[in-house]
Design a protein around this ligand. Structure first.
Ligand code: NAD
Ligand code: MG
Ligand code: MG
Length: 338
């Protein structure tokens, strides 16, 4: 596995390029501000009347409508929600990508699953930070960076990798390391990780623990602290020193419980089902279902989102967090700005 660092991912190749960041959501906010602070010419492409217009200008950046931004730029980075990229590409971007320009992504979904098929005369590359956008910004501001993946789908200019590595440098990723991969591997592993472990796996594990304690008659506040709040403290230890540091820090009693009850709860059936999740991703079944869900205005997605917002654990969590004002002070997400 090839990993690039700042010495091999110099920012020079980006210095004379104009970069359009399309969308000012989680990643768009981070990429545009980090590139700007790295001295790169950046414009943010937005819809007419988008509420982000004000946020972009308040950050000291320039906004343009998507078409205009794509026309102006040498490099167009697609940071819209994956499910909207195909439509925006077809309507506003495609015709503005003259030969020699570069189209970029932070996730391989649209290229790998054929939702966007770019012309052969442009470069197509990916720089995918392995972390949420708000962390990409926060780490950069600390002088650190979130590791990134880099992949090249089309190399019409012969310089696609050099420019993509430069981009990774500009957003701070090269400080941590830039791992070379393919659109296929990034797409399949990213979807699997978020579904089975990081987002789907973890939330459903925590909620099941919370519900088990509440259903057994324990106070929901206790259940929240034990099964949800403490997760961060444990994950921070793993983040810095692996499972071994975490197990070094917890009591021997907790460590013994980890070894006996962990594999009973997360048993062999879990891996069988994880393999099925991976198979559905690899065969394009997940992508098909997600795109079809969007065609009918996301009824099942919205029902789930609204249902979870009503879960007892969200209400208990909000009241407990209000008792810990220091958490609010260091919050990374500020919905008025980013
Ligand atoms: P997001 O949902 O946070 O933001 C998307 C932005 O696009 C929003 O500002 C929205 O208003 C804007 N938008 C929506 N429709 C638009 C349109 N028709 N025209 C113009 N603007 C429009 O998106 P995100 O989570 O930052 O994801 C962007 C890309 O980055 C995706 O490919 C995603 O897979 C990838 N990615 C995201 C993360 C993450 O931390 N969220 C991590 C790695 C990769
Ligand atoms: Mg993802
Ligand atoms: Mg304990």
């Amino acid at each position: 596995m090839k990993v690039y660092h700042e010495a091999e991912a110099k920012i020079d190749a980006l210095k004379n390029k104009k970069v359009a960041i399309i969308g000012y959501g989680s990643q768009g906010y981070a990429h545009s501000n980090n590139l700007h602070d790295s001295g790169i010419q950046v414009v943010v492409g937005l819809r007419k009347g988008s509420p982000s217009w004000k946020k972009v200008e308040a950050a000291g950046l320039k906004a343009m409508e998507v078409e205009e931004a794509a026309k102006w730029a040498d490099i167009v980075m697609m940071l819209l929600p994956d499910e909207m990229q195909g439509e925006v590409y077809a309507n506003s971007i495609k015709d503005n990508l003259s030969a020699g320009k570069m189209l970029m992504f932070a996730h391989g979904f649209n290229i790998h699953f054929g939702q966007i098929v770019p012309g052969a005369d442009i470069d197509v590359a990916m720089v995918a930070p392995k972390g949420p956008g708000h962390m990409v910004r926060a780490e950069y501001q600390k002088g650190a960076g979130v590791p990134c993946l880099v992949a090249i789908h089309q190399n019409a200019s012969g310089k696609a990798l050099e420019v993509a590595l430069s981009y990774a440098n500009g957003i701070g990723g090269a400080r941590a390391g830039v791992i070379e991969t393919t659109f296929k591997v990034e797409t399949e592993t990213d979807l699997f990780g978020e579904q089975a472990v990081l987002c789907g796996g973890v939330t459903h594990l925590m909620a099941a623990g919370f519900e088990t304690l509440v259903e057994a008659g324990y106070p929901p506040e206790m259940a929240y602290f034990e099964c949800i709040h403490e997760m961060k403290l444990i994950v921070d230890l793993i983040y810095q020193g692996g499972f071994s540091d975490m197990r070094y820090s917890i009591s021997n009693t907790a460590e013994y419980g980890d070894y006996v009850s962990g594999p009973y709860v997360i048993d062999a059936g879990v891996k069988i089902r994880m393999k099925e999740v991976l198979r559905r991703i690899q065969q394009g079944e997940f992508a098909r279902d997600w795109m079809l869900e969007n065609k009918v205005n996301k009824p099942s997605f919205m029902a789930k989102r609204n249902g979870w917002a009503e879960h007892q654990l969200e209400k208990i969590g909000a009241s407990l967090r209000a008792l810990m004002p220091w958490i609010q002070k260091s919050k990374i997400v500020d919905k008025t700005k980013n």
